[in-house]
Write a protein that binds this ligand. Structure first.
Ligand code: ATP
Length: 421
């Protein structure tokens, strides 16, 4: 279900905005709009944010992110288009109702924390509830609970000036959560923090998100941050949303050259997962198949090993052709019992590619990918892993890469394959 919806949202700054809007509608390019003295900060933004997702809006400075978020919380009226929060068009609300919607439905977390310097940490965390008229006792109780959750128990009576940047932003998070709104808008919320602290609060946000299932719109200019925390990412360029998708979709299927260039430096091993690089297994055989049939199938596919599955595709393991050939000689009638004990362990579909290198180095056979029930979803041969990465990222352990790459190169030189699946 979508909790937040933007439809054709446009924000133009300047005097001739009506004229500019008319020209945009007729297909004028944005350069022409700027020439008549109008800044097209956001142009025709359309998207839906689903309940409980982290929706990241990412773009370079000046691409329109802040303007967009200020329209989402009703601080700035849109020049055109509509914004719905829980099905309510905010442009149609009278000022009092708009204020109430902002207080009850949406909280903000800001880059520079926006804490009251002369109020205690506790009073700051309780602020959202205070505005809503919640009694002191009740709001302080809630604020204490959330301060504890963000790791600030014992700091309640301190002033913001006594806190580090990371701690201040934890107060910002506690305040947003304590407010009890379903939607939290975060504007470059972690951009002022040192890299290590930033990672810590990103993890904290992910933890809290998993726990409370809030809907979060997170603005950032940092692609790695976007990829790390976003369920979906909207990429903005010069006021327009040029692509919306998961980190993997954006990485593997960029909408245009701009996005492709943008993502060129991303550490793919952290973003891509087993499910995005896996392939269909070339040969699967049922555990009940006889060795003779299995061997014939493997020969047809010129493969030296095959996956053995049960009728419901649950993975039993793998057999090597040499073993199956021996079994034919010995008159064995089932594949059961021939399964290779040295198989690499299967991985879950959401395993980051970074973790697959070591697995691929362990065995010359492809790594199987299975779901929670053990059903075989796909396989990852080494070559596929390397191809998916394009260029090997330097952040991957060099020794592991050596292990994986060296045998691949050797195989290529020999012009043969030792196995396919
Ligand atoms: N009040 C305003 N009046 C005129 N132009 C504005 C106003 N606010 C923003 N702009 C312009 O709109 C464009 C988008 O700005 P916005 O601040 O939304 O971008 P941003 O992506 O958030 O950038 P940053 O990360 O630097 O804040 C910019 O060209 C900016 O100069």
């Amino acid at each position: 279900m979508s909790i937040l919806r933007a439809e054709g949202v446009t924000k133009l700054f300047g005097r001739k905005t009506t004229e500019a809007q008319r020209r945009i509608k007729n297909g004028a390019d944005l350069e022409e709009i700027r020439k008549i003295g109008v800044t097209p900060a956001v142009v025709d933004a359309t998207f839906e944010v689903k309940q409980g997702e982290i929706f990241v809006v990412m773009g370079l400075s000046g691409s329109g992110k802040s303007t967009l978020i200020r329209m989402l919380n009703g601080l700035l009226p849109a020049t055109a288009g509509s914004i719905e929060i829980e099905g309510q068009d905010i442009a149609k609300l009278p000022p009092k109702a708009l204020r109430a919607a902002r207080q009850n439905k949406v909280s903000m977390v800001f880059q520079h924390f926006a804490l009251f310097p002369h109020r205690t940490v506790l009073a700051n965390a309780a602020y959202g509830l205070e505005v809503r008229g919640v009694t002191k006792e009740e709001r302080e109780k809630t604020a204490r609970e959330f301060l504890k959750l963000v790791g600030l128990e014992g700091w309640e009576s301190k002033l913001p000036g006594q806190l580090s940047g990371g701690m201040k932003q934890r107060v910002g998070l506690a305040r947003a959560l304590a407010s009890g709104t379903d939607i939290i808008l975060m504007d470059e919320a972690f951009s002022a923090l040192d890299p290590l602290i930033r990672r810590e609060v990103q993890d904290l946000l992910l933890d809290l998100q998993a726990r409370f299932g809030k809907t979060i719109v997170f603005i950032t200019h940092d692609l790695n941050e976007a990829m790390r925390i976003g369920d979906r990412i909207a990429v903005m360029r010069e006021g327009r949303i040029v692509q919306i998708g998961t980190a993997e979709e954006i990485l593997t299927d960029p909408a245009n050259d701009y996005v492709a260039q943008f993502v060129a430096d991303v550490d793919r091993t952290r973003v891509l997962t087993a499910s995005s690089v896996m392939e269909k297994p070339l040969v699967t055989v049922l555990a009940t198949t006889g060795p003779r049939t299995a061997l014939r199938t493997m020969r047809e596919h010129q493969t030296s090993a095959a996956f053995v599955v049960s009728r419901d595709r649950k993975l039993r393991g793998r057999v090597r052709a040499t073993k199956v050939a021996d079994a034919v000689q010995d008159g064995v009638d089932k594949l059961d019992g021939l399964i290779d004990a040295e198989d690499p362990e299967p991985v879950a579909p959401d395993t980051p590619v970074a973790e697959l290198f070591a697995r691929c180095a362990e065995s010359d056979l492809p790594v199987p990918v299975t779901d929670e029930d053990g059903t075989l979803l796909g396989v990852i041969p080494r070559v596929t892993l390397l191809a998916a990465l394009g260029a090997i990222n330097t952040q991957v352990d060099d020794a592991v890469v050596q292990d994986v790459v060296a045998p691949e190169l050797a195989l290529t030189k020999e012009g043969g394959k030792s196995d396919t699946d």
